[in-house]
Design a protein around this ligand. Structure first.
Ligand code: NAD
Length: 512
């Protein structure tokens, strides 16, 4: 089991110290007088507070980003690449320090936190390829003596608004590509676990990112609404829950901004009767309870087809007592607490409502000793069988360690269930039949599909995005579509005529 370093968090955001903003290359203490609590979810202790930005503070961050833009976009590609390599190397060198922030404020255990940093790092590595990624196209002699070429240019100031469940990775999905393309950036992290954002800001400064190119404003709806309405913000990337994603998309686009807003999920894992049951059960437990189910790509519902249901539920249930729940400080712990008490209690409430609505609770996480015996926000691994689309436990995104099982008789019924669901982030199919898997890939209305892979998060050189209510906007996050999102095309038509060869011609320009 991997150990994390001494918590860097105590150096960067000591207990009791308020987490502040990062504007123009330095920490800036909040002046709004508004603050929020930041808990240690493993102990339930109020660890520190975070400043909530006022409109004026957001304006200051956007002004710093706007002022830095002309010089940054004029910085050569090779210089930008050099800085991106240095950011990549610093994040790599500080993996354990970043992971310690995640464990301290999100609660995820060190192995999971290090996985988050590794997947974020991939995106910074992708961004180091920016000279290649920004290559345009050139068409010579489209008409006599005339050439046409396309270049991609940055947008200006881009903003990122990020969720609590990936406080380091999701910002890295965004800012690497954004600044590599020549934009400047304002990050508004989740107020629940804000400290990693400031540590990343320090690393960027150390890497040579000029002041004002990367800024952080902490806060709530006040900060978000100012970003959405500010005339100097060109583009907004958002990741969070569906109602807020829809709001961000509608409000941002109404103000003329380019917006990509990734929302919530309800990911189904279809298990066909021919699947390897032990392998499917391992995958269901890993993907259902990893990070305490607080992943947008977590498996939420197992769709058990035909005769597979009984042995599969039995195989999953058999594994649950072995899932080690505990604080990140325990090297044996595989599943940490939930992010807040309020969220833990909401998640636990489905263990009441589901049986009341006709489902069967196979494993009740409230029976875990840490649920009642600790001030931390723990809940044990829970399993609910016989859920139907009419039940809250099926309809809602629970976002906790509660795996549900829906039983169907046929592949067609399974497909209908998945396609009728309003979310379309990720899905997986478990089978030994290549033809059935290929058919599912063809049929399913979901943006990311795993074939015998339960969490199909694309590698950084593909892009990440769901369909339906899991994404509002046209372009997916990071990878090639991220580069498209953070740039706009300019097409140049050029002629270098010899003197004396021009004439007046009022006709519409023709190539032939
Ligand atoms: P959230 O929507 O509550 O918050 C996300 C961000 O929006 C935060 O920065 C928050 O401060 C801000 N926000 C919250 N309420 C707001 C409001 N009323 N007005 C303006 N801004 C507001 O999400 P969360 O609880 O932090 O994160 C969990 C959610 O994110 C889950 O639904 C999960 O599925 C989703 N998620 C999706 C993806 C994806 O890629 N599709 C990835 C990670 C998380």
């Amino acid at each position: 089991m991997t150990q994390v370093a001494e918590p860097e968090i105590e150096r960067s955001s000591p207990r009791g110290e308020t987490v502040s903003h990062w504007i123009g290359g330095q920490r800036v203490a909040g002046t709004s007088g508004r603050r929020g609590p930041v808990f240690d979810p493993a102990t339930g202790v109020l660890a520190r507070e975070v400043d909530f930005a006022s409109v004026e503070e957001v304006d200051a961050a956007i002004a710093a980003a706007k002022a830095a833009f002309p010089a940054w976009r004029a910085t050569s590609l090779s210089k930008r690449t050099d800085i991106l390599f240095r950011i990549r190397n610093l994040v790599d060198a500080h993996r354990k320090d970043i992971a310690a922030f995640l464990t301290a404020e999100h609660g995820k255990v060190p192995s999971d936190a290090l996985g988050e940093v590794a997947r974020g790092l991939e995106n910074l590595e992708f961004a180091t390829g920016i000279p290649n990624l920004l290559k345009g196209g050139f068409s010579e002699q489209v008409s006599t003596g005339i050439d046409v070429y396309q270049i991609r240019q940055p947008l200006g100031v881009a903003a990122g608004i990020t969720p609590f469940n990936f406080p380091a990775m999701v910002p890295m999905w965004m800012f690497g590509n954004a600044i590599a393309c020549g934009n400047t950036f304002v990050l508004k992290p989740s107020e629940k676990d804000p400290s990693a954002s400031l540590f990343l800001a320090e690393l960027l400064r150390e890497a040579g990112v000029p002041d004002g190119v990367f800024n952080v404003v902490q806060g709530d709806k006040v900060a978000v609404d100012r970003i959405l309405g500010h005339p100097d913000i060109a583009a907004v990337s958002f990741v969070g829950s569906t109602p807020i994603a829809r709001y961000i998309y509608e409000t941002g686009t109404r103000h003329g901004k380019r917006v990509q807003a990734l929302g919530g999920a309800k990911n189904h894992m279809v298990v066909l009767p021919d699947a390897d049951i032990e392998m499917a059960a391992d995958a269901a437990v890993s993907a259902g309870y990893g990070s305490s189910g607080e992943r947008c790509m977590a498996i939420a519902t197992i769709v058990a087809v035909g005769s597979v249901a009984d042995p599969l539920v039995e195989a999953i249930a058999r594994r649950l007592p072995k899932v080690k729940v505990g604080p990140g400080s325990d090297p044996e712990a595989e599943m940490g607490p939930l992010v807040t008490k309020q969220h833990r209690d909401k998640v636990a409430s489905y263990l009441e409502s589901a049986p009341a609505q006709g489902a069967t609770v196979v494993a009740d996480g409230r029976e875990h000793p840490l649920y009642g015996g600790s001030a931390g926000f723990f809940l044990g691994a829970s399993l609910i069988d016989h859920v139907t689309p009419a039940m809250d436990a099926y309809r809602d995104e629970i976002f906790g360690p509660v795996l549900t099982v829906a039983r169907v008789e046929t592949y067609e019924e399974a497909l209908r269930l998945v396609n009728d669901n309003p979310y379309g982030n990720g899905t997986a199919i478990f089978t030994r039949d290549g033809g059935a898997a290929r058919q599912y890939q063809f049929d399913v209305n979901v943006g990311m599909v795993g074939i015998n892979v339960p969490i199909p998060v694309p590698v950084s050189y593909y892009s990440f995005g769901g369909w339906k209510s899991s994404l509002f906007g046209d372009l997916h996050m990071y990878g090639p579509e991220g580069i498209q999102f953070y740039t706009r095309a300019k097409v140049v038509t050029s002629r270098w005529p010899d003197p004396g060869t021009s004439k007046v011609d009022l006709g519409f320009p023709r190539t032939r």
